[in-house]
Design a protein. Structure first.
Length: 293
């Protein structure tokens, strides 16, 4: 009697052990899978540090918009790969452009443009871009839909053209604009125009290699030397308007600010649309007639 009882106890013990092992395996397996699904659904993947290295931006939180994609710092990448498609407009188009900013007047220019619902193209200068108190209006310009391109660091004829610092200076200016606004502009306006400065083929070749585009103008308002004489600026522009696509050279000057509402009114009356430069729809506009710029 003793032996069988002992035997069954042993059997029970073995069965118990088997159940325990099965239970253990089961628990281990489910625990593993639950943990796995948990980790993919709730735990965020490690955010990658931005290139500046100081701020961690968890990418999964930011909704992907065109703006956020554009503002990713990707400066080292080749400047352009997409083909540029020239946008042919059906009617008359005018590009208002303002050089030499940012200045103490940038905010007031933006106010007038915003009030009259016009977008413009600014060419800003590095020495002014470096002034911190002017940077908020550079950001505002971009935020409100205007284009901000480069206009060199020094604005010095000899340095830019004789000493051939044009390309390095423009690269520096464009990088500054990127730092301030997050945009990646490719367009610059040569101080004093591309003639005679960019007659030098070597500089033009450097520009083309860097993917930098150059815009001169079709109408010179001569506003910078017409201090206190806004009506003459308006007159110059009216007289200069002869084709269906005009690019008007102006500066951030008080007399230009005073003339601006009437200039806008003139173009509206003449049936012009106001356009703003767009890297993706570049067209050639330089006195050198260089199709690579
Ligand atoms: Zn200038």
């Amino acid at each position: 009697m003793k032996t069988p009882r002992f035997e069954t106890r042993k059997k029970r013990k073995r069965l118990k052990m088997r159940y325990l092992v099965i239970l253990f395996v089961f628990l281990f397996a489910t625990g593993f899978f639950v943990g796995k699904t948990h980790s993919t659904s709730e735990l965020p993947s490690t955010p990658k540090p931005t290139e500046k290295g100081d701020v961690l931006i968890p990418k999964f939180e930011a909704p992907i918009t065109i703006e956020s994609v554009e503002k990713d710092p990707v400066v080292e990448e080749p400047i352009t790969e997409e083909p540029i498609v020239e946008e042919k407009s059906e009617g008359k188009v005018v590009y208002l452009t303002f050089d030499d900013g940012p200045s103490e007047l940038t905010g007031q220019f933006l106010d007038v443009l915003s009030e009259l619902d016009v977008l413009a193209t600014f060419f800003m200068q590095g020495s002014n871009l470096k002034k911190e108190h002017l940077q908020e209006n550079v950001r505002r310009a971009v935020k409100e839909g205007h284009y901000v391109g480069g206009h060199s660091m020094t604005h010095n004829f000899k340095t830019l053209y004789s000493d051939r610092q044009f390309v390095p200076e423009m690269k520096e200016t464009l990088a500054l604009i990127h730092e301030i606004t997050g945009t990646i502009p490719r367009l610059v306006r040569p101080p004093y125009g591309s003639t005679p400065g960019l007659k030098n083929e070597k500089i033009r070749h450097q520009l083309a290699e860097a993917g930098i585009k150059v815009w001169d103008w079709t109408i010179d308002s001569n506003d910078w030397k017409l201090r206190g004489n806004p009506s003459q600026i308006i007159e110059n522009i009216k007289r200069g308007t002869t084709t269906d696509r005009e690019i008007v050279l102006m500066h951030e000057k008080p007399q230009t600010l005073a003339a601006l509402p009437e200039i806008i009114q003139f173009y509206r009356e003449q049936g012009f649309e106001f356009a703003v430069y767009n890297d993706a729809h570049h067209f050639v506009l330089n006195f050198q007639n260089d199709v690579d710029l």
